[in-house]
Design a protein around this ligand. Structure first.
Ligand code: URA
Ligand code: SF4
Length: 231
C-alpha cells in the first residue's frame, strides 16, 4: 500500500466541505436512521460496556453462534472519534476474537496509517455481525437484524464523530439502502445524526488493487470531513 501523498486533493475537498456542504450531503432515507436510533425496550439499549461485552460473549440469538469459535465484539478506544465498521469476522478473527487481524486487517492498518490514524488510538473497529458467517458468506438479513442492537449500543456508547462503513454490507446495513458502493462513495451520509462515509472493504481491495487509489480518496475525504467537524 503505497500512498502518493497529494495534499492538494485533500485541501480541495476541505474547501468544498466548507463552502458548499449541502452539495455533499446525501438525504437520509425516511425512517431508517430514526428507527435505528430509537429504543423499543430492548435491554441492550441500557447496557454499559461491561454488560454489553458479556451479552455478546454469551449470545445465541442467531444461528451463527453454532459455528463460531469466538465472538468478535470490537476493539479500540471506547471514546473514539473514528468508528470503522466492517462486515463480520473471518477465519482469523474467529480464532482470535478480535476484528481485522487477518490479511484484510493488515491492509486496514495501512489505510489508517495513510490518514495518520492508529488502531486503538482514537479509533474503534467493529463489525455488523459479531460471529463469523461460515465460509465467509455474507451475513443473512435475519443474522444482521439479530445482531444489530449490539452495534447500535456500541455506537451510542462510543458517540464517534464519524463512521466509516467498510464495504457494501456495512454501508447497506448502516444506511438501510442497497445502492451500489460506487454511488455511495464521496458523500456524507448519516447514521442517526452521526456523519458516515463509505469506502471499499480492505478484503475487496486485496482482490482489486487498482481501486486502492479510490479508497485513498475516500479516506482523504473522511479526514477532511473530520477536520471540518472538529472546528
Ligand atoms: N472482514 C471484516 O469485515 N471484518 C473483520 O473483522 C475481518 C475481515
Ligand atoms: Fe448473537 Fe450476533 Fe453472534 Fe448472532 S452474530 S449469535 S446475534 S452475537
Amino acid at each position: 500500500w503505497k500512498i502518493k501523498t497529494d495534499p492538494s486533493h485533500c485541501e480541495s475537498v476541505v474547501k468544498i466541505i466548507e463552502t458548499n456542504p449541502n452539495e455533499l450531503i446525501n438525504t437520509p432515507l425516511k425512517g431508517h436512521a430514526t428507527s435505528i436510533g430509537t429504543s423499543n425496550n430492548n435491554p441492550v439499549d441500557q447496557m454499559n460496556w461491561h454488560q454489553l461485552k458479556l451479552a455478546v460473549s454469551e449470545c445465541i440469538d442467531c444461528p451463527l453462534h453454532q459455528t463460531r469459535k469466538n465472538t468478535v465484539f470490537g476493539v479500540g478506544d471506547e471514546k473514539a472519534d473514528w468508528l470503522f465498521v466492517g462486515e463480520g469476522p473471518g477465519a482469523r478473527e474467529d480464532e482470535i476474537g478480535e476484528p481485522f487481524v487477518g490479511q484484510a486487517g493488515k491492509l486496514l492498518g495501512q489505510m489508517l496509517a495513510a490518514i495518520q490514524l492508529k488502531r486503538n488510538d482514537g479509533v474503534y473497529i467493529a463489525n455488523i455481525v459479531k460471529c463469523r458467517p461460515p465460509n465467509n458468506r455474507n451475513p443473512a438479513s435475519t443474522e444482521v437484524n439479530a445482531c444489530e442492537p449490539y452495534l447500535r449500543r456500541q455506537i451510542k456508547l462510543i458517540a464517534p464523530k464519524l463512521i466509516i462503513a467498510l464495504g457494501k454490507v456495512a454501508a447497506e446495513n448502516l444506511l438501510g439502502r442497497s445502492d451500489s458502493l460506487g454511488s455511495l462513495r464521496g458523500k456524507v451520509h448519516y447514521y442517526s445524526d452521526i456523519p458516515l462515509v463509505v469506502t471499499y472493504h480492505p478484503a475487496y481491495l486485496l482482490r482489486a488493487l487498482p481501486e486502492k487509489a479510490q479508497a485513498w480518496k475516500d479516506l482523504c475525504f473522511a479526514k477532511a470531513l473530520m477536520q471540518s467537524l472538529a472546528k
